[in-house]
Ligand binder design. Structure first.
Ligand SMILES: Cc1cc2nc3c(=O)[nH]c(=O)nc-3n(C[C@H](O)[C@H](O)[C@H](O)COP(=O)(O)O)c2cc1C
Length: 227
């Protein structure tokens, strides 16, 4: 599976099998997490074989079942654009997981916040988590806003790379599927901005930017990483 297929095949999965993630895949995920942490300054952590975080009323109410593994998106509160970086690097992990045959779900609200096992240094916070494992199902395609609510460039005037990036952005997960972002073209550059004020709007922005870049092969402005 390549990245384009991963973007298309990825859907939120909330029910998981008891099958543990194999050591080889855990190690691969840890390697990528390490790269992401070095690049971003975040303190992303993989927590495996821990059912407690999703064994709470709110998680069950949120239709989660048998979540034994999760990725905690942790970072210092002083990191600039912390939420956006969590979205960007978390989505990289989500798509890598999809390519390894694993399923995921971004979770900002419906998990046991007091039971998350991630380590936090002083000044750090857990922005949100990503459930990960072998799904009982593969999830379903979300409903999407019409293109003209997201982008004001007529399709006939879009370069192919931009069209591909836009499609990938529209397939990105966003909190309560709000898709509160706009994409435009300025010369040779795609610009993506967040609209609205929901609590996860900037996490969504980072996720959408990652999807756009991964499929179009073009950097989005303003760039997320400065390395
Ligand atoms: C930042 C963020 C926070 C989310 N928080 C939750 C959550 O607390 N509970 C939940 O069940 N789903 C959560 N989701 C999953 C979204 O509901 C889901 O991504 C959206 O409905 C689109 O569906 P899809 O991921 O299947 O494409 C979250 C997604 C994102 C991106």
């Amino acid at each position: 599976m390549d990245i384009k297929e991963a973007v298309k095949e990825r859907h939120s999965v909330r029910k998981y099998l008891s099958k543990p993630i194999e050591e080889e895949k855990r190690n691969r995920l840890l390697e990528i997490i390490d790269e992401c942490n070095k690049e971003s300054g975040l303190n992303i952590q993989l927590i495996c074989d821990d059912p407690d975080c999703f064994n709470t009323l709110i998680a069950r109410y949120g239709r989660f079942r048998n979540v034994n593994n999760y990725i905690a998106m942790v970072g210092n509160k002083n990191i600039s654009r912390l939420d956006e970086k969590c979205g960007y690097y978390g989505e990289r992990l989500v798509l890598e997981a999809q390519m390894m045959g694993l399923n995921t779900c971004w979770v900002g609200g419906t998990y046991g916040k007091g039971k998350c096992k991630a380590d936090k240094d002083s000044g750090e916070k857990i922005v949100l988590v990503i459930a990960i494992g072998y799904g009982e199902e593969t999830g379903v395609k979300h409903r999407s806003k019409p293109v003209d609510k997201i982008c004001d460039i007529p399709e006939s005037e879009m370069p192919l790379w931009f069209k591909n990036g836009l499609k990938a952005a529209m397939m990105a997960p966003t909190a309560i599927n709000q898709q509160s972002f706009r994409i435009t073209l300025a010369g040779e550059e795609a610009i993506i901005t967040a609209k609205g004020k929901g609590p996860f709007v900037n996490v969504d922005l980072g996720i959408v930017k990652y999807n756009f870049e991964a499929v179009s092969g073009h950097r989005v402005s303003p760039p997320i990483s400065f390395s």
